[in-house]
Design a protein around this ligand. Structure first.
Ligand SMILES: [Mg+2]
Length: 321
């Protein structure tokens, strides 16, 4: 993009996304200048999505925008942070259709307004390669209140929000896989960001992570960072009605696929048993909170079936009995 065109794009398309937030300085300066809320720490997270890797190259622009924003907001949720704004680095393919670009920006606008996060600054450039979107979210937490992966203690409960495996099935449905439930496509294209839950878990959860790599892999991150073993009861993992129906016909490997499927962006967290009632009270009709296991001395993640037998599930989700 010629620099004249780039300036024009920033002024006419990205400028309105600041929603006149003072920190953005009208996108006309070298950097943004943000006042952190009093008594708070800043929480910073950055995530890159590449067309053909993190979203499908033929996804509509609105899907690319919503996945970029929500995967980033999910990291804020996992930290218990309140998002304040974001920076965007947008790298367009040289032959990008102006309509696609404008629809992407409109999608970003809809997403940021839904979550109340203004654009504070960024960069645009072009590439002979694929569309690449990097968003940097800036959030805040009261001093010392951030949720991290490292705070779990032995005998803590393991909890998960929402239902697990829906995004993986939604992606499969979108890719035309026979039997994959089409009603779950939304769970892949527009995953919920559990921001409100993350904030409510400050002082209750001992460790937290958002599920981007898959339930078992992300449980492994808590186990490793906290220096503990996490035992998960597979039969207690909450599944949506379409996922349960799919699982009934999926045969061996079906459960493993749900437990290792990425992109759900639900929160996985640990908490002392003393907080059970307070945590259960945070659940809502559209957001169950389910206890799925326990942290113990040891290392790694153990997944057990209803009879207490250990399930062996490999990286690809295949279950070995
Ligand atoms: Mg994360």
């Amino acid at each position: 993009m010629a620099s004249g065109g780039e300036f024009d794009f920033i002024r006419t398309r990205l400028g309105p996304l600041t929603r006149n937030h003072a920190a953005a300085l009208g996108l006309s300066d070298d950097a943004a200048v943000l006042d952190p809320p009093e008594g708070c720490q800043l929480v910073l997270a950055c995530d890159t999505l590449v067309a053909g890797v993190h979203f499908r190259a033929d996804d509509p622009p609105e899907t690319a925008a919503s996945r970029a924003m929500r995967s980033n907001l999910s990291d804020m949720a996992a930290m218990g942070a309140e998002p304040l704004g974001y920076l965007s680095a947008l790298t367009w393919p040289r032959d990008i259709a102006p309509d696609w670009r404008d629809a992407f920006v409109a999608g970003l606008a809809a997403e940021q307004d839904r979550f109340g996060v203004p654009l504070l600054g960024g960069d645009t450039t072009s590439t002979p390669g694929p569309m690449t979107v990097t968003l940097t979210l800036i959030g805040s937490v009261p001093q010392g209140a951030a949720l991290t992966r490292g705070g779990a203690a032995a005998d803590d409960d393991i909890w998960v929000s929402g239902t697990i495996g829906d995004a993986a099935l939604g992606l499969a449905a979108q890719e035309g896989e026979a039997g994959a439930p089409a009603e779950l496509i939304d769970r892949y294209t527009r995953p919920e960001s559990r921001l409100e839950l993350g904030r409510a878990l400050r002082g209750l959860a001992s460790a937290a992570i958002d599920i981007s790599d898959g339930l078992l892999a992300d449980a492994g991150h808590i186990a490793e960072t906290s220096g503990l073993a996490l035992t998960i009861e597979a039969g207690d993992v909450p599944l949506s009605a379409p996922a349960r129906t799919w699982l009934a016909g999926a045969g061996e490997g079906g459960l493993g696929r749900l437990l290792t499927g990425g992109d759900d962006y639900e929160l996985l967290f640990t908490a002392p048993p003393a907080h059970r009632a307070a945590i259960a009270a945070l659940a809502g009709a559209h957001m169950p909170l389910t206890r799925i296991g326990r942290a113990e001395a040891g290392a790694g993640v153990v997944c057990r079936d209803a009879s207490g037998e250990t399930l062996k599930i490999d990286r690809d989700g295949f279950t070995h009995f």
